[in-house]
Write a protein that binds this ligand. Structure first.
Ligand SMILES: *Cc1c(COP(=O)(O)O)cnc(C)c1O
Length: 383
């Protein structure tokens, strides 16, 4: 019997100098967090984002945490964040002791609704964390205007938006500091990895200090509590090789999305991913939203697709529905209020799913996936 096709939801696309650079690390013995690839990757990626400084770290969660720490976020503060995001965004706030304050998503961008932010600002609000969901930028002018008015810091979580543009400007360059992830499903990868990019020299210096145990010039003397958030030369070697191909990798993601859009255009009950006129969406994940007209639920469609060898994921579970935030833990006094109403986020969480989104996904696979979706829908209609 022929082996059944299996299309994973996402795989890294390693098409350049990855193994050459990694082997160079091994051959030269530079396998820890010193070595030439780290600086090359930091400088290269910061430049790509149109920012001055890049601070590489071991993943995209600690990069968020490091940025928040560098700006002094702590237990007296509140940070505004979208209810619709991956758990790492909010956990990084919780680690600092600050309290996350949830805002509903925008139906048109799936990112934070900027028009709902101001009503959540209090005397304790110190920062806003916009997250460019699935590769679509947030409406940053509105967010930055509010931040200016209320004297707030803005930290972008750009883990999903390498290369995305807001009014022609790169995500990552639109706030005080921005955090990226290079986890293996992101648009460029290091295996595990993250980076903060910023134009703020003081913050950059502080982050370099904190990421490395806060070592001072007098080695083994410390003036503050640091972390070991360092990236290894091997991670950076992979990252640099990926960066050399970043334009190509971003373009592949976008082309895949355009093909999906074309093939799904006439299927009733599917909302395709957003792309506002001021945005360049890089479609980190190709997400679709189902409604009643589709005939079956998102969970059911996912089950049927899996039977045909097509792996998918549901959209994020809204933060206000996360069981963890409905519990009490002695050590956490800063969980968000979860009793509010977040209808857009809830709809996304319930009815959204994303389809295979590997950059190098073959066209035939996209045709197979969309044909299968149409077949499943037709079968459901006949029942
Ligand atoms: C992937 C991701 C992160 C965390 O990245 P890791 O490198 O896995 O720690 C943070 N925020 C968002 C929105 C993400 O998608």
């Amino acid at each position: 019997m022929e082996k059944k096709k299996f299309i994973p939801v996402c795989e890294p696309t390693l098409i350049g100098n990855e193994s050459k650079y990694v082997n160079d690390c091994l051959k030269t013995n530079w396998i820890s967090s010193a070595g030439k690839y780290i600086e090359l990757f930091e400088n290269g990626f910061a430049k790509y984002c149109n920012t001055k400084y890049g601070i590489a770290v071991c993943n995209g969660t600690v990069s968020l945490h490091l940025a928040l720490e560098a700006y002094g976020l702590g237990p007296q503060d509140e940070v505004i964040v979208s209810d619709f995001t991956m758990i790492a965004s909010i956990n990084s706030i919780i680690y600092t002791g600050a309290k996350p304050v949830l805002v509903d998503a925008d139906a048109e961008t799936w990112c934070i609704n900027p028009d709902l932010i101001e009503e959540k600002i209090t005397k304790r609000t110190k920062a806003i964390m916009p997250i460019h969901i699935y590769g679509h930028p947030c409406d940053m002018d509105k967010i930055n205007k509010l931040a200016k008015k209320h004297n707030l810091i803005v930290i972008e979580d750009a883990a999903e938006s390498h290369g995305a543009l807001y009014k022609g400007k790169k995500t990552g360059s639109l706030s005080n500091a921005a955090s990226f992830s290079y986890y293996s499903n992101k648009i460029i990868v290091c295996g595990e990895g993250g980076m903060v990019v910023t134009n703020d020299k003081n913050a950059a210096e502080k982050m370099r200090l904190l990421r490395n145990h806060a070592f001072t010039k007098n080695r083994f003397t410390h003036e503050e509590v640091g972390f070991n958030y360092r990236m290894t030369n091997i991670q950076a070697a992979i990252g640099l090789a990926q960066l050399e191909n970043i334009d190509k990798l971003v373009r592949m993601r976008i082309n895949n999305a355009h093909l999906y859009n074309k093939l799904l255009k006439n299927v009733k009950g599917i909302t395709m991913p957003p792309c506002k006129e001021w945005a360049k969406n890089v479609y980190w994940m190709y997400g679709i939203l189902l409604d009643k007209d589709f005939g079956i639920s998102s969970d059911m469609l996912r089950k049927e697709l899996l039977k045909e060898g097509i792996d998918t994921r549901s959209f994020f579970v809204p933060l206000h529905k996360q069981p963890v935030f409905h519990k009490k833990f002695k050590k956490y006094k800063n969980f968000p209020e979860v009793n509010g109403s977040y209808p857009i986020s809830e709809n996304l969480g319930k009815n959204g799913l994303y389809l295979p989104s590997t950059s190098s996904l073959p066209k035939e696979d996209i045709v197979y996936i969309t044909d299968t979706i149409k077949r499943i829908k037709e079968k459901a209609e006949k029942r």
